[in-house]
Each structure stands twice: as C-alpha cells, then as structure tokens.
Design a protein around this ligand. Structure first.
Ligand code: AMP
Length: 399
C-alpha cells in the first residue's frame, strides 16, 4: 500500500510517498513559493537524482498536479499511475476540542477545520486548501486528517485550563491544546518499544527541540501535559518564539513602544527566542553555539536560558507524573546537538540520570545515551511525523 503524505503551509507543500509494506520512502519533495512569483518544485525520488520543476503555481491545486506529474514522470517518477496511491494523509494543525484522533475527511471534518480558523489562522486555511486540492486531483481517493492538537486532547482540565474567567473557555475554547502532536505521539510510542517499557503504564517525556520546540509528558502513551498552549507561543524558548512569559509584558511594550497588541505578539513569535536573547545574532542554534564559542556573552546566556527552560519543564513533568521511565530528545537541536542534551541532563542528576558521553557523541540515530546504571533511560530518537501520518492513514482506511 502506497500512502501520499501532505503537509501544507500557506505558500508551501511538503510531500512524501511511503510504501507501507516496508515503511520506506519512495519519493519526497517540496513545492515552494505557491501563489508567489518564482514557484519551484523539488522532487526527490529515492535512488534517483533530484528533479527541479520551475513552473508557475498560482495555487495549491496546481502544485498538487505538478507533484502528481513528477510522481509518474517516465524519467524521474516512482510509479506508473497515481492510481497506485491508496490514500492521502494530511497534517492539519488545529482540530479544536472536536477531534482527539485521526479521521477520514468528510464535510463535517472540513467544517471543523474552518471553525478552527480563529485558532490557527495561518495554518488551517492552508491545510484545508491542500485537502481540497487532493480531492480535485485524485477524485474518490480517501483523505485522512492527522491533527497536530490530537495528542494533547487527553490532558485533564487541571492541565489544560488557564486560570482566567471560565466563560472564556466556554465561549471561545480558550484552553491549552498543545502542538507537534504527530511528533510526540510517534516518539513516545517508539521510546516505549525501544526501552521495552510497559505500554500501559510507561511514563515518558519527549523533548521536541527544533526551530519550534515543545515538551510532552505521557503515561501509557496518553499525554498528561505538553508545553505549547492555545497557540505554539507558550512553553519553551524557541528559535524566534519567546515561550512562556508574564503576559503583562505585552501591555508594557505596547505602552512604551507605541505598538498594538498584534505587533507585540508578532515580536514574541518572530523576533524573540534565541534570536531575541542573542541580540539578533540568529534563530539557528548552530550560529548561537558558534557565537558562544567566540565569546559572545549574549549567545552564551541565550544557550543557558534555553537549557534551563527545558530542564525546568522536565522537572515539572516528573513531578506531575510522580516519576519518569524515559526521556527522549528529538527534532533539529535534540537530534543533532550533544552539548544541549548533556547540559539539560546535568540539571537532572537528582533523578539519578547519567549521560554516557561516548553514546551521546552521535547525531540522528535511535540510541540510548544514558549509562547502564542511570535511573532513567535517556534516548535519542529522530522524529518522523510523515511516517506517523502514513501509519494513521493506513489504519483508518483499513478500518
Ligand atoms: P527543525 O525545526 O526540527 O528542523 O530544527 C531546526 C533547528 O535545528 C535549526 O534551526 C538549528 O537551530 C537546529 N540544528 C540543526 N542541526 C544542528 C546541529 N548540528 N547542532 C545544533 N543545532 C542544530
């Protein structure tokens, strides 16, 4: 069974075709600058050279058509006909409180995606466009939605409610949702298998440290808490996002700088995080580490603040779960940066956690990086959101 996985942004479309017989990636690629001049498709068929198509893509429907053409291209393609695709799995960012698991697309699902536009104004419209483009390009094929918010739906009110007037939750669904759901679900599931934990009771913390970053705590595969909130702005310090802060800061900056709330939230999303802390050096961890190595004090303190925030959340989640069996690191920083993994774990010595420096000296592979006598297993586990979406899609279409 071949599954096409689609992840649509407002001007981009990422895709993978996965053969579910052995879960191998047959092809993947990216359409960029959709709706903007200079559109480009980069198609990467496994075992063949990359293929770049520069053609106007006024909308996502055109982009999907170009992807279909690339998949069946006599020279660069990976299949004879798109009939070979059994189903399409879509990442959709926000499902509100309506869905706590993946679902086959129908009119009701599309209505929910629209109803959640307020909660994810940039992502949900693009995600729906991607679904409709696939319906138009491949009529009759099943489309499945995998929600970024679904993993967080198992949180209890004590974890998801904000301490603000309850009527805002009732009227607007103002609560904590959490994001990166496919990644947290995938990694926590794989950690349970890899560490041979009891799938019903395992207490797992996943640190998804990418450009966007979040942490989840789960018991028996069910999320009990996660660091992102109503929007992805809450929680950890990220590449450009501030993470949690005193909300009165918004009012203070508005008054002092003559800005409105939208402008300040934009600053907290796009100009803060390690970019802001480093005095504008970069949002990329590698640049901040290089800056720190050259003696830039702001880069050094940005790294320290980043690590402290991760450790603070891990500590809080250990308390919430009254223990932890395994802690996993994933995503760009988590998978590649041994010094951040080590620095976070140095805060966790009181839990009896010890890192094996030799094992930790690696990137992007499934590996236990704690010592044999560490009280908690620490695991490096590359995330694979596309594979998770493909597995969910297969399970739904097979009933
Ligand atoms: P992601 O959002 O998961 O793609 O992660 C992207 C981020 O990972 C980049 O912005 C970098 O900050 C970080 N990253 C990637 N490679 C490395 C590396 N070798 N060392 C440190 N950070 C890295």
């Amino acid at each position: 069974m071949k599954i096409l996985v689609i992840n649509c942004g407002s001007s981009s479309l990422k895709y993978q075709v996965i053969d579910m017989d052995d879960e191998s990636v047959i092809a993947k690629g990216l359409c960029e600058r959709i709706g903007i001049e200079g559109s480009e498709l980069t198609h990467k068929p496994t075992g063949k050279a990359n293929y770049v198509v520069q053609e106007p893509m006024p909308d996502h429907t055109t982009a999907i058509k170009l992807v279909m053409d690339a998949l069946v291209d006599p020279e660069h393609g990976v299949m004879k006909s798109t009939d070979e695709i059994s189903a399409i799995g879509h990442r959709v960012v926000h499902g509100g409180t309506y869905y706590s698991s993946s679902v086959l697309v129908d009119e009701q699902v599309k209505k929910v995606i629209k109803d959640c536009y307020d909660l994810a104004p940039l992502h949900n419209p693009a995600n729906l466009t991607g679904i409709e483009a696939c319906e138009a390009a491949m009529p009759g094929k099943p489309n499945v939605v995998v929600w970024d918010t679904a993993f967080g739906m198992s949180m209890e009110p004590k974890a998801y409610l904000y301490a603000i007037p309850y009527e805002y939750y009732e009227k607007y669904g103002l609560r904590r949702y959490g994001f990166h759901g496919a990644s947290h679900a995938f990694v926590s599931g794989e950690v349970i298998k890899m560490a041979n934990l009891d799938p019903k009771t395992a207490k797992v913390i996943v640190c998804h440290l990418g450009n966007g970053a979040s942490i989840s705590a789960s018991i028996g595969g069910k999320c009990v808490d996660t660091s992102m909130g109503l929007t992805p702005l809450e929680g950890l310090i990220m590449g450009t996002r501030s993470g949690s802060l005193d909300p009165a800061i918004v009012q203070f900056i508005c008054n002092k700088e003559g800005k409105d709330v939208n402008e300040v939230i934009n600053i907290l999303n796009k100009k803060s995080g390690i970019l802001g802390l480093s005095g504008g050096v970069s949002s990329d961890f590698r640049d901040i580490e290089a800056g720190a190595a050259e003696g830039n004090e702001l880069c050094k303190s940005a790294l320290e603040a980043y690590v402290l925030r991760v450790a603070r959340y891990v500590g809080a989640y250990v308390a919430e779960m009254n223990g932890v069996d395994a802690i996993a690191f994933t995503a760009g920083v988590g998978e590649n940066d041994k010094s951040t993994r080590k620095a976070v774990c140095e805060y966790l010595g009181y839990l009896g956690i010890q890192i094996d420096d030799e094992a930790n000296d690696c990137r992007g592979e499934n590996r236990v990086i704690s010592t044999a006598d560490s009280k908690v297993k620490v695991i490096l586990l590359p995330t694979n959101e596309e594979l998770y979406i493909a597995r969910e899609t297969k399970a739904i279409v097979e009933g």
